[in-house]
Design a protein around this ligand. Structure first.
Ligand code: PEP
Ligand code: MG
Length: 567
């Protein structure tokens, strides 16, 4: 049995498929048999064309023509005699096929990057993709297509990037195991959204298993069994049935109000990444959207989404929610989320770097486009704006000023929008917590992002397994910070919600009820579980538990006490 971080609940039993990371290295050598090298190169080119057109067809059917166009663009490029002809010429001069491909592609990449036109710059990442694919073909490296794995597959990888995770076909994947990543890494969040059991940070996972092994992924306990004996297997089959039955029982909370045992009504919202998820949030009985992570709109694209594209997405979410609140968080890239076409600089400390509102305020033209699209969407529902990673009040003021300019522009253009659109502040940095009283005067609402608040309070990278033992929302420092933020918000008369993963944690919920949190925003799949836990606690009971918890000095003691009282 191997242990890791329990990142997404449930039990998966299935067959291992390892997503290997490959080094594309080769010996640069002079070729003597030029004819057979040319043949090897031509075979790779025709295989590339076949694979790419099959993939484009599949993407067109499964996702859409816009997404398929990227792959079709690759086909056009490689079919251009200038590119493949140049490669052929280098081979004729005695270069090996790998070096010819690499040299010519690098030349195109440099050329595109050197152009002023943003669209042309984007071509550089297309050429980089073509280069990787051709080198893999020449080196005989078979890539696993995540979107095509058979039913009952357990994916094992060093790490799954958000874009890899988004290729997963939920029906075919039984579980996920990775070597790195934590409970709040973005791949974990996506795994929970897909309701797939996931155990992350299993040291050496990709070398402990091989394709075809049978494995159990216990995403609730963070355990992995490889080729288990019959007793373990049948024990886990029963556990899996229990888990599924419990999930079914939660259906009793569908359509019910979110209310504590003593009748205090609370709001239970959902976190989403795309407008399509908004539908899921409604089906799962979410009472609003507490966090729309707009960066996925940017990441799943080959270009910066235009104002119209963004407007359509935000409007779709607003309309789907039919007048219930939709809190749209402005772009939060940087950290562990990169967008290739933005060509962001590689940073030594990405989580402390050019991320979220810092990037947006440094790139105001594109930020204006996003804010304008959100403000326009406010004509179609109860849309609110939320600013991520705030550390000082100037950032809130700058965003609000931009929103005011947009409102004035829309007024003069006669375009409709909600004149009372709110601008809220994400409370997810130690700095924001310390100046919560100041920020509360500037923000229409607070939403606590515990995933980052824990990271920045404890000074632990949220995805680093070596320091994961410190990454806990139950650390006294983090609990004090949460309590303080809620108090400051309440004192200023603004609502305080939480959209970090802790909002759905059954151990955390009584503390949040006691501190006075009024809005809980969780993964759609966790709405009914959170509603069930909330219904079991009265304010008085929660207060008495919170009083005890806040006197304790260690995270360990706090967890023990909370587990003792868990309902
Ligand atoms: C958070 O930090 O708690 C949060 C909700 O934002 P993200 O996980 O997207 O950083
Ligand atoms: Mg965050």
């Amino acid at each position: 049995m191997y242990e890791g971080i329990a990142a997404s609940g449930g039990i998966g039993i299935g067959t291992i498929c390892v997503i290997a990371e490959h080094k594309l290295s080769y010996d640069t050598h002079k070729v003597s048999d030029i004819e057979s090298e040319q043949k090897r190169f031509e075979e790779a080119i025709s295989r590339f064309k076949e694979d790419t057109s099959a993939m484009a067809e599949d993407v067109k059917k499964r996702i859409g023509p816009k997404e398929a166009a990227i792959l079709e663009g690759h086909l056009i490029m490689i079919s251009d005699p200038a590119m493949s002809g140049e490669m052929g010429k280098k081979i004729a001069e005695g270069q090996c096929a790998e070096a010819a491909v690499e040299d010519v592609c690098n030349m195109y990449i440099d050329m595109f990057l050197g152009m002023d036109d943003e669209l042309m710059k984007l071509r550089a990442s297309d050429v980089a993709d073509i280069k990787d694919s051709l080198l893999k073909l020449l080196l005989g490296i078979e890539e696993v297509d995540i979107s095509k794995v058979p039913q009952g597959t357990i994916l094992v990888a060093k790490d799954l990037t958000p874009s890899q995770t988004s290729k997963i076909v939920k029906e075919n994947v039984a579980g996920i195991i990775t070597e790195i990543g934590g409970k709040t890494s973005h791949s974990a969040i996506l795994a929970r959204a897909l309701e797939l059991p996931a155990v992350l940070s299993v040291p050496g996972a990709t070398t402990l298993v091989k394709d075809g092994d049978t494995a159990i992924v216990d995403g609730s306990e963070g355990k992995v069994y490889v080729n288990p004996d019959e007793d373990t297997l049948s024990g886990y089959r029963t556990k899996r049935e229990d888990y599924i039955r419990k999930q079914a029982e939660l259906k009793n909370y569908l359509g019910k109000e979110t209310v504590t045992a003593d009748g205090v009504s609370l709001e239970l919202f959902c976190n989403i990444g795309t407008p399509k998820d908004a539908k899921k949030a409604v089906e799962c009985d979410g009472e609003g959207i507490g966090l729309f992570r707009t960066e996925f709109l940017f990441m799943d694209n080959d270009h910066m989404p235009t104002e119209e594209e963004q407007f359509a997405a935000y409007k779709e979410a607003a309309v789907t929610l039919g007048g219930k609140p939709v809190i749209i968080r402005t772009l939060d890239i940087g950290g562990d989320k990169a967008i290739p076409y933005l060509n962001m600089k590689k940073e030594d400390n990405p989580f402390l770097g050019y991320r979220a509102v810092r990037y947006c305020l440094g790139n105001r033209d594109s930020y204006m486009i996003q804010l304008r699209a959100i403000v326009r969407a406010s004509a179609f529902g109860k849309v609110k704006i939320m600013v991520p990673l705030v550390t000082c009040v100037e950032e809130m003021r700058a965003v609000k000023e931009m929103v005011e300019t947009i409102k004035a522009d829309l007024d003069s253009e006669g375009v409709a929008y909600d004149k009372d659109i709110e601008v809220g502040c994400m409370m997810e940095t130690a700095a924001a917590s310390l100046i919560a009283d100041i920020l509360a005067k500037e923000a229409d609402f607070f939403s606590i992002g515990t995933n980052d608040l824990t990271q920045y309070t404890m000074s632990v990278d949220r995805g680093n397994s070596d320091v994961a033992y410190l990454y806990s929302t139950f650390q006294p420092a983090v609990l004090r910070s949460i309590k303080h933020i809620i108090e400051c918000g309440r004192n200023a008369g603004i609502p305080v919600g939480m959209c970090g993963e802790a909002a759905a944690d059954p151990l955390m919920i009584p503390l949040l009820i006691s501190f006075g949190l009024t809005e809980f925003s969780v993964n759609p799949a966790l709405v009914l579980g959170a509603r069930c836990v909330i219904s079991k606690w009265s304010k008085a009971e929660a207060d008495s538990l919170a009083d005890k918890v806040m006197t304790l000095e260690t995270e360990g003691e706090i967890q023990i006490l909370l587990k003792e009282y868990e309902k």
